[in-house]
Design a protein around this ligand. Structure first.
Ligand code: GDP
Length: 474
């Protein structure tokens, strides 16, 4: 079943135009007369090699504008419930209106990934979206012109991880997520192995990011070879995101490259600032993000901010300690960095930390091995039976607390998604379960199933029938 992408936004930002652009034909239905009722429309969309179901919420526009009226809110919430990804559309020309902020407030509270789309940006894609758009808290806007078909490559890059993820989930779900009943653990292992074999035929999407001067360009150059980098596709494409196809030990890799990195190899601009927009673009493109640190000044504030972005975006992470060739007392430095890493980045406990020198091409094999390994973890699926056996033991060891005289009950746990692993815990009163207890469960889950280096999602639901919930979602 294809992923469902829902278009959300205030009246007149161009939702229908985007819908038509993605569905590829002008539906007779489109009628821009205000007051014409249109229900939420689903359509089969294609964008490059992606195919998904797209849902337009333009029918809601008859509600009064300027405030998010009750009906529009309820309908939007309903549409979002069925979404795997939301495209939140704003108008790059008119700037933000209060109602855009109301939509943003609503969308910030949902768990579904949100891609901010600045429409009507024709002819000035590079600067579009404006600073204002960042205030909404959804990161770098994807600038497009739905009407003129511009910016679709960026939209593709932003959607690809989510849309792909869903297709993979589905393929594996058939074999691996079925309830415990008659599937033995051997069968599960075999299914997991088959899924991994299939994944290995697809290119692994990797991005290298980090502060200016951490050595990203040098590292990428030594990974793929200088020539490749300089002869990559570049002519005329200004701020577009580009990937370089590459192969590592027979494994296909798509390495994210920014115009910035390519430019860098010609113009040595040492005053370059960290661009959060560029970092986000790279992170969104990737399945695995290599955060490149300068080992002589590791774990600076900006480094931690970048790691935070990676975690928020739910990508797998590897930290490269670059310029290791410059480190003198290596044993001491290594121990200190490992300790700093675990202390400063508890949200990705056990993240792979690899010592490299991009300049001397040292440690690159270890780096790529870590990338592959963390990618496997990111895709991992833990069977419901194993999860619930684990749950019994953690509950025994440290039972959930009592709140207002009643002991909280945790009944069941199941994994609902991969990339990154997302678990749902069914319990009696989710709102009452203390944060610290959820952290205990998450950490133990991570340790028990070897899920180091990837952000884990754990959500709580009331009730005890996960399969009821599952049918509701689809
Ligand atoms: P970027 O801004 O992250 O792309 O960084 P660059 O790749 O341009 O590197 C910044 C500076 O660090 C350059 O002077 C590089 O020669 C130097 N550099 C990069 N990697 C290494 C390394 O592994 N060891 C040493 N000693 N220097 C490095």
């Amino acid at each position: 079943m294809p992923a469902t992408v829902v278009i959300v936004g205030r009246p007149n930002v161009g939702k229908s135009t985007l819908f038509n652009r993605l569905v590829g034909k002008k539906l007779a239905l489109v009628d821009d007369t205000p007051g014409v009722t249109r229900d939420r429309r689903p359509g089969e969309a294609k964008l490059g090699d992606l195919s998904f179901t797209i849902v337009d919420t333009a029918g809601l526009e008859e509600a009064e504008a300027e405030s998010l009226s009750g009906r529009m809110r309820a309908q939007t919430e309903e549409a979002i419930r069925q979404a795997d990804v939301v495209l939140f559309v704003i108008d790059a020309r008119s700037g933000l209106l209060p109602i855009d902020r109301s939509f943003a407030d609503l969308l910030r509270r949902v768990e579904v990934p949100v891609i901010l789309v600045a429409n009507k940006a024709e002819g000035r894609l590079g600067e579009a979206g404006a600073y204002e758009a960042y205030e909404l808290g959804f990161g770098d806007p994807v600038a497009i012109s739905a009407e003129h078909g511009e910016g679709l490559a960026d939209l593709h890059a932003a959607l690809a991880p989510h849309v792909d993820a869903f297709a993979d989930d589905e393929a594996e779900a058939d074999v691996a997520v079925a309830p415990d009943a008659d599937i033995s653990e051997d069968d599960e292992a075999a299914a997991e192995a088959a899924a991994e074999a299939k994944r290995r035929t697809l290119p692994l999407r990797v991005a290298v990011t980090g502060r200016p001067n951490a050595g990203k360009s040098t590292l990428i150059n030594s990974l793929i070879g200088e020539d490749r980098m300089l002869t990559g596709p570049e002519a005329g494409i200004t701020r577009d995101s580009i990937s370089v196809d590459w192969e590592w030990r027979g494994r296909k890799v798509k390495l994210f490259d920014t115009a910035g990195l390519r430019r860098k190899s010609r113009v040595q601009d040492k005053l370059e600032k960290l661009s959060v927009g560029d970092a986000l673009r790279a992170i969104r493109f990737a399945e695995v993000v290599v955060v490149c640190l300068d080992a002589t000044i590791p774990f600076e504030k900006q480094d931690l901010q970048i790691v935070d972005l990676v975690v928020k975006e739910g990508r797998a992470l590897v930290i490269a300690l670059n310029k290791w060739d410059l480190i003198e007392d290596r044993a001491t430095a290594w121990a200190a960095m490992r300790e700093a890493c675990d202390r400063l980045l508890p949200q990705v406990r056990g993240v792979p930390l690899v010592r490299i020198s991009g300049l001397r091409s040292e440690g690159l094999d270890e780096l790529m091995k870590a990338v592959e390994s963390v990618h496997r973890t990111w895709n991992a699926r833990v069977s419901t039976s194993r999860l619930n056996r684990w749950l019994e033991t953690v509950l025994d060891r440290h039972p959930p607390p009592a709140v207002s005289g009643r002991r909280l009950k945790i009944r069941y746990v199941t994994q609902v998604k991969t990339r990154p692993p997302h678990f749902v815990v069914f319990c009696s009163r989710p709102e009452a379960l203390p944060e610290s207890y959820v952290r205990y469960l998450t950490n133990d889950l991570r340790d028990r199933f070897g899920l180091a280096g990837v952000p884990l999602r754990v959500s709580l639901r009331s009730g005890d029938n996960p399969y009821h919930d599952k049918t509701e979602r689809r």
